[in-house]
Design a protein around this ligand. Structure first.
Ligand SMILES: Cc1ncc(C[n+]2csc(CCOP(=O)(O)OP(=O)(O)O)c2C)c(N)n1
Ligand code: SF4
Ligand SMILES: [Mg+2]
Length: 351
């Protein structure tokens, strides 16, 4: 069975957001993943973030590739647009949808196999183009769906369930995203909802390519001793470089941090990120510093989490291309097909 509905019953006093929706309105069908899979916690964090942001469900489009991680959009945002694409091809499908309609919020959900192996080329190009989206990799270091082979994010020397050692250098997707031009780059852990939810909310408020690499243990194939993607390993080696609170432009700002401890970043839509720096040395607005931090942690085996890099002065792809502000499906036939004379004029201009 691939689809299981959830019971419709809900408590009459269940909280609602400013649109009058309850959290249940942002859920999807029942998960069929293994009990304890990190991916289910990420689904819960996305539901939580979208509910608190009061995103109209019909204004969200969720897209994915293939894998246990790519199945998760079925378990969230049941009233949103959805497209489960081909393995590694979600970025180009998302780019096409975004170009056709800039008014939706785009959520791309992928796995480390889907993104860092078969989809690596697509990942690289979508990060460098200013596509406005939240791109999440649910990173467990293995191909969970096909029974636990090492993926390209498995750390060199880490041990598989059957005892084999990963021999190749790992791909650090957060470092790659920064190098390629993503303007919001974060890393988090599926077991840390307190960190992940505000990161997601801030990512939805970002005007360009927002990438979050979420370490998400696979309890069935990669949660043993010797794995660097297990719950125990991540908990022991996690160093949070920042903690944030995200406040939409609609809410009163009630956070009270000691001066010097927090930094407020106003986003283009009037929302504010309140960032507490936990690592005094890390400057999240400095691209080179973010890459240095990742390299430093690679050498020590630590996992830096939180907001790693942010550039809010973004030109998104629609600005670069000068495309129409209106969704293509809202244009009239006369606008879409201006006639033979207009086409002839364009052709003359190209000769
Ligand atoms: C073109 C193609 N090649 C290979 C596969 C087989 N396949 C399905 S899922 C998958 C890897 C999934 O790994 P990941 O993206 O890390 O997701 P996870 O299951 O770990 O969440 C592979 C290789 C496929 N479905 N399509
Ligand atoms: S195989 Fe691993 S990744 Fe897939 S659902 Fe089970 S625990 Fe999650
Ligand atoms: Mg995986």
């Amino acid at each position: 069975m691939t689809f299981q509905g959830k019971p419709k019953f809900r408590h009459p006093s269940i909280p609602t957001n400013t649109l009058g929706f309850t959290r249940r309105d942002y859920e999807g069908s029942m998960s069929t993943l293994c009990a304890g899979c990190g991916h289910d916690s990420i689904t819960a964090a996305i539901v939580h973030a979208c509910f608190e942001l009061a995103l109209p469900p019909h204004r969200v489009a969720k897209l994915s590739g293939i894998g246990c991680s790519s199945k998760t959009p079925t378990y969230m945002l049941g009233q949103s647009h959805g497209f489960n694409s081909v393995h590694g091809r979600m970025p180009s499908v998302l780019t096409g949808a975004y170009l056709a309609n800039r008014e939706l919020a785009y959520l791309g959900v992928s796995g480390d196999g889907d993104t860092a192996s078969i989809g690596l080329g697509q990942f690289c190009h979508v990060m460098r183009r200013g596509v406005r989206m939240v791109y999440i990799v649910e990173n467990n270091g293995v191909y969970g769906l096909t029974k636990g082979q090492f993926s390209a994010t498995a750390d060199r020397g880490s041990k598989s369930k059957k005892g084999a050692r990963a021999a190749d250098e790992p791909i650090d997707l957060a470092a790659l995203a920064i190098q390629l031009g993503a303007t919001f780059v974060a890393r988090s852990f599926s077991g840390d909802k307190g960190q992940l939810v505000p990161l997601l909310k801030a990512a939805f408020g970002h005007r360009g390519a927002a990438f979050i690499d979420v370490i998400s243990p696979c309890v069935t194939f990669n949660n043993h001793e010797g794995s660097t993607k297990s719950y125990d390993y991540v908990r022991e080696h996690n160093i949070a470089v920042s903690a944030l609170d995200f406040i939409t432009g609609r809410e009163p700002i009630e956070i009270d941090y000691a001066e010097g401890a927090a930094l407020a970043v106003t986003m283009h839509d009037g929302a504010t990120i309140h960032l507490r720096k936990l690592d005094a040395e890390h400057d999240f607005s400095d691209r080179a510093a973010a890459l240095t931090l990742l390299e430093r942690c690679r050498e020590t085996g630590e996992i830096p989490t939180g907001l790693l890099y942010l550039d809010d002065d973004v030109e998104e792809l629609h600005d670069t291309l000068g495309t129409t502000a209106r969704p293509l499906n809202a244009l009239t036939e006369a606008e879409l097909c201006p006639g033979a004379k207009a086409l002839e004029a364009i052709n003359r201009g190209l000769r």
